[in-house]
Design a protein around this ligand. Structure first.
Ligand code: SAH
Ligand code: TYD
Length: 407
């Protein structure tokens, strides 16, 4: 097998963990045995030169992002507030010049751009997944159904002019072809414009062993250090970082054209913290892998014991993340008979690879199970609050990040 090369700098990537054969995390199937279920080898490595942590095998983008892509950003009320707060911040800071313009990569169902559209500010969402792009358009968002890349960026610049803000949430880490993206961004930005993106943070993934952040769509696992290096290759500079509590721990990075802005002290502070944590250190990353195996063993032992004791356990949240934990642990319908989820796009289908039925959340309470495996652990506060009667009635949540716990 050929050694994988770093998608940022071309050096040979050192693999540190292999999850084995995995399905596409958002490919909820209509029936078991569907002939076109696609599998690939999910493994992660680190580049010893530029420190970027990345998947070693790439899934073709059209297999993941298409007309039926089922992830709906607006399913969480907490995330709706998160994005409307950010839109307000952009409107009060970066979008105050005359006739400002903002471009969003991966606008999904319009969760962020709806607030921008409502404020009457010029914007464009670039979203290749047709179904979710239609939902954004129905909210009054201007959307281009396309993959953002260098040619798309050049086209947007020719039509709409330079962008004051280019924004991407939980999208940049999905895109292996980073050279095309960053050349596009550098060409589309106004001289003092900013490229702001937020994605799961490797520091939190390692600290909390949140291994199910690793799946087909998450190709890169950023740090301030790897982002700074990546940006510099394209004439961009990391000028700000902000840690976020959403999705189990993210960082919001701000890039500007090199020399255009003074970096905030937060950048140096996070770089220093990362050096202490050893986030580019193979020994640290291998130790993370050992913890992942322990969590898998503990989770399977717990679910097997509960089944043998005759307890009812169901899953909560048919996340993309759960494809990794369920398939890697070999958890199927014998341990978790169904998973509740609010997304109409997933209900009535089966989880990828493990073929557990996805049902609407009203099934959760009729009757309540003894235990619920919280697969959407990144929305724990919102879900536990919404389902407080479950616990009040004696039900217990099973968590597996950062450890297997029953609460
Ligand atoms: N920003 C939303 C959606 C994240 S899901 C949120 O934070 O909730 C990632 C989205 O990126 C998907 O809707 C997918 O279709 C889109 N995407 C994938 N590749 C892309 C590309 N090259 N350009 C723009 N969007 C892309
Ligand atoms: P999420 O963790 O946001 O992302 P990913 O799929 O990338 O891992 O997915 C959350 C899933 O959980 C989504 O399918 C919607 C579902 N969900 C509920 O069923 N109920 C809820 O209250 C919330 C917040 C989410």
């Amino acid at each position: 097998m050929a050694e994988p090369n770093c998608r940022i700098c071309g050096s040979v990537v050192e693999e540190f963990f292999d999850f084995g054969r995995q399905p596409l995390s958002d490919a909820f199937v209509e029936r078991a045995g569907a002939p076109d279920e696609f599998f690939f080898r999910l493994a992660v490595g680190v580049c010893p030169h530029c420190t970027m942590v990345q998947l070693v095998e790439e899934v073709p983008r059209e297999r993941m992002f298409h007309e039926d892509y089922p992830y709906l950003s607006s399913g969480s009320s907490f995330m709706r507030s998160h994005f409307s707060d950010l839109a307000k911040r952009f409107l009060a800071t970066e979008l105050t010049a005359e006739d400002p313009f903002i471009v969003e990569l991966g606008c999904n169902d319009g969760i962020m751009l709806k607030s921008i559209a409502d404020a009457g500010v010029r914007h464009l969402g670039v979203e290749p997944s047709g179904g979710v792009a239609d939902l954004a358009a129905a909210k009054g968002v201007r959307v281009r159904k396309d993959f953002f890349e260098e040619s798309t960026a050049a086209d947007i610049r020719a039509t709409d002019g330079p962008a004051d803000v280019i924004y991407a949430a939980n999208t940049l880490c999905h895109i292996p072809y980073m050279d095309s993206i960053l050349r596009g961004v550098a060409g589309l930005l106004a001289p003092r414009g900013v490229f702001v993106f937020e994605d799961p943070y490797l520091g939190d993934i390692v600290e909390r062993t949140s291994f199910d952040q690793i799946y087909d769509e998450h190709f890169y696992f950023f740090t301030a250090r790897s982002v700074r290096h990546m940006a510099a290759r394209f004439g961009l500079e990391l000028v700000d970082v902000e840690r976020l509590g959403v999705h189990g721990g993210e960082v919001r990075y701000t890039l500007a054209l090199a020399g255009a802005r003074t970096p905030s002290p937060a950048v140096a502070e996070l770089l220093e913290r990362e050096a202490g944590q050893g986030l580019a250190d193979l020994a640290v990353l291998r130790a993370f892998g050992a913890k992942v195996e322990r969590i898998r063993d503990d989770l399977v032992a717990l679910l097997t014991r509960l089944r043998d004791e005759g307890k009812r356990v169901v899953g909560y949240g048919a996340t993309a993340k759960s494809a990794t934990v369920l398939n890697f642990s070999g958890i199927g319908v014998d341990l978790v008979p169904f998973v509740c989820d609010t997304s109409p796009t997933k209900q009535g289908r089966l989880t990828p690879g493990t073929h557990i039925p996805v049902v609407p959340p009203d099934r959760f309470s009729s009757p309540y199970p003894d235990y619920a495996l919280l697969l959407a652990w990144n929305h724990a506060d919102e879900i536990m609050e919404k389902e407080r009667d479950f616990r009040a009635g004696g039900g217990r949540w099973i968590l597996y990040v950062p450890d297997v716990q029953v609460v």
